[in-house]
Design a protein around this ligand. Structure first.
Ligand code: ADP
Ligand code: MG
Length: 276
């Protein structure tokens, strides 16, 4: 069977007309008087409606790249544009789910989920309907009036996802969004994300260390090298996702994509695995 991946060591220069264009991005952090190069000249173009995952060794700069897309960190070199505008600050068009699920500690579960809807000026009835739907969907019934400090890590992560999904930002930026969840909840949330993406065709950029998750969800998986992070390989994942999860993950096609990406990540972690 022909493997439909297209690994490329030559990543094309970002196209300014793309939904998100990352052009020559480098990032240096100052640490105890030393400069640490976290990212090295990353170029990437993401089309409207695309679901792109970024995988790579721990510490290679995945979160840094995502937070630059969100406008929370400024690049040392290069520019990022989203919807044709240079990203200089966070914006309501880009919804971020952070690795450490930053919730507002002074707001209840339902007020956290509804926060951006209030900001959007949505009326109370519509807002309550959306919040209730997400409370039920995320298995948070009975905890509507709880505060984040009263929740487990997995519950906090579900509130963070609900808060971002509920206001339907144009671009979703997800940093290990399912990391704190148990295996079953993780699968439910992945399928919910897939459903939302299919329904609304949002543009999604997700960072994950989970190769299966990346392949199951994405149109394209980008593999980064060890720090300083560079884009080293990308795989187009051409899978029919209209069937059930079982149909997808048990298929030969899925397994071949998954193995190819896994080997690529492994080569980054341990260069002795490189095939010449
Ligand atoms: P990843 O998400 O891929 O695990 P990060 O983007 O969190 O990696 O970090 C990339 C590198 O940059 C790491 O070496 C990390 O220690 C460093 N780094 C990240 N944020 C900072 C910061 N605020 N100050 C100094 N170094 C940082
Ligand atoms: Mg990270």
């Amino acid at each position: 069977m022909l493997l439909m991946t297209s690994p490329t060591t030559h990543i094309r220069t970002a196209d300014a007309a793309a939904k998100i264009a990352i052009c020559g991005i480098s990032k240096n952090f100052e640490r105890r008087g030393e400069s640490v190069l976290a990212l090295d000249r990353v170029d990437m173009a993401i089309a409207e409606g695309e679901f792109v995952s970024i995988v790579g060794p721990s510490g290679c700069g995945k979160s840094t790249l995502l937070y630059m897309l969100g406008g929370f960190i400024t690049p040392s070199q290069g520019t990022i544009t989203a919807n044709g505008h240079v990203v200089t600050a966070p914006g309501i068009d880009r919804g971020v789910v952070f690795q450490e699920y930053a919730l507002f500690p002074w707001l209840t579960v339902e007020d956290n989920i509804g926060y951006a809807l209030v900001e959007k000026g949505m009326g109370a009835d519509e807002r309550h309907a959306i919040v209730s739907r997400y409370v039920a969907l995320m298995g948070l019934s009975g905890f509507e009036k709880s505060f984040p400090r009263e929740l487990s890590g997995g519950m906090k992560q579900r509130v963070a996802l609900a808060r971002t999904f509920a206001y339907e930002p144009d671009i979703l930026l997800l940093d290990e969004p399912f990391g704190a969840l148990d295996a079953q909840t993780r699968e439910i949330m992945q399928d919910e994300l897939l459903r939302l993406w299919r329904l609304n065709r949002k543009t999604v950029v997700m960072v994950t260390h989970d190769v299966d998750e990346a392949v199951y969800l994405s149109n394209r998986v980008c593999v980064m090298s060890k720090r300083p992070g560079r884009l080293v390989e990308e795989f187009r994942i051409d899978l029919d996702r209209s069937g059930s999860r079982e149909n997808v993950v048990l298929s030969d096609r899925y397994r071949k994509f998954r193995n190819a990406v896994w080997l690529s990540v492994r080569r980054q972690v341990d260069p002795s695995q490189a095939v010449s």
